[in-house]
Design a protein. Structure first.
Length: 338
């Protein structure tokens, strides 16, 4: 008898920890996690079973399929943008091959249960590709179907996996003898940069704002790797977690597409620097531009259009920059580095 559960891959990452905490708060206690590393103690006590392993391990995936009945899969495991550029083949193996493994797991689960398995996939603004700064400035806030020309391996992986998810959920084996069934209910969010007050991110090209903020709170000097005028959209971690919960709670019939933009605020690195100085006037922040990483940021939109998410599942951020700093980021950072 298979045990009912939900599965979270990449559970030890920033979003994974936040999602587990939120689900635990909602009294969801049948959480199975899969990650290369052990969860920290604060998180591990919130899950039913912690599995240390690789999403590329086909035998492990088969074992999960035989032991559990997953109603929902949150597939968060990935190699992030900066690391992916140094190891593009490994990034493709993990980001695409791993996603295929999890989609096939969801497919088998849906078939055996006779109903679609909900599948959440976090995408990224890295799927967009602007050719120049002038094009970026002219484009403004970009909606989901434009400028899909990623220039990074991470962006290529994410865009392809969005299409894979849509295919598996809407068009799988459409020429097969079997009548077309929907075994996967695939839902994806293209996240902007995410700022957390609890963890310092690693491996992301949008990490310059959270790195800047954490360094200031710790009283450490920071050299920002992008120009002062670099701009992309951002949001706080609590809003990111709430967005995942909101889209997953939305009835299937309300979702007119499988992939949605969300955002909260868009500002330049220097504008954020000045906001930090209001709180930490002794902060030492300089600019030491890494042209290769800057080029990646320049290819991403200065803002995104999230009107589809507002229309279909009533998305609205709780934190703009002012409220996010005042009610979430600064109080938690002062506690963390007291």
């Amino acid at each position: 008898m298979r045990k009912p559960a939900i599965l979270i891959t990449g559970a030890n990452g920033e979003i994974g920890k936040g999602l587990i905490t939120a689900l635990h708060r909602d009294n969801i206690d049948n959480i199975i996690t899969l990650d290369l590393n052990h969860l920290d103690g604060r998180i591990s006590r919130m899950v039913t079973e912690e599995i240390t392993g690789n999403i590329l391990d086909a035998e492990l995936i088969d074992q999960l399929n035989g032991e559990y009945e997953f109603e929902t899969i949150y597939h968060l495991a990935a190699l992030l943008s900066t690391r992916a550029e140094f190891a593009p083949r490994s990034a493709h193996d993990v980001n695409v091959g791993g996603t295929l493994n999890l989609l096939n797991l969801a497919l088998e689960q849906g078939r055996s249960q006779g109903k679609p398995v909900k599948f959440f996939f976090p995408s990224s603004i890295a799927v967009y590709g602007l050719k120049s700064l002038s094009e970026k400035q002219f484009a403004g806030a970009i909606s989901e179907n434009f400028f899909l020309n990623p220039v990074t391996m991470y962006g290529c992986n994410k865009l392809y996996c969005e299409h894979l998810g849509t295919y598996y959920s809407r068009h799988y084996q459409r020429l097969g003898a079997e009548k077309l069934h929907y075994y996967i209910d695939f839902r994806s969010i293209r996240f902007p940069g995410i700022i957390s007050s609890l963890t310092i991110p690693t491996g992301g090209t949008s990490d310059y704002l959270p790195e800047m903020l954490h360094a200031a709170a710790k009283g450490e000097a920071y050299k920002c790797f992008v120009r002062k005028d670099a701009q992309i959209p951002f949001m706080t971690m609590p809003d990111a977690i709430r967005a995942i919960q909101d889209i997953m709670k939305t009835h299937f019939e309300s979702l007119k597409q499988t992939v949605y933009n969300i955002r909260a605020f868009a500002l330049t690195a220097e504008e954020f620097h000045q906001k930090i100085m209001e709180v930490f006037p002794q902060a030492k922040i300089e600019y030491d531009v890494n042209n290769k990483r800057q080029n990646m940021v320049d290819s991403w939109p200065e803002d995104t259009d999230d009107s589809a998410a507002l229309s279909d599942w009533n998305w609205k951020p709780q934190h703009d920059l002012e409220i996010g700093m005042k009610e979430y980021l600064i109080p938690n950072l002062k506690k963390l580095y007291a």
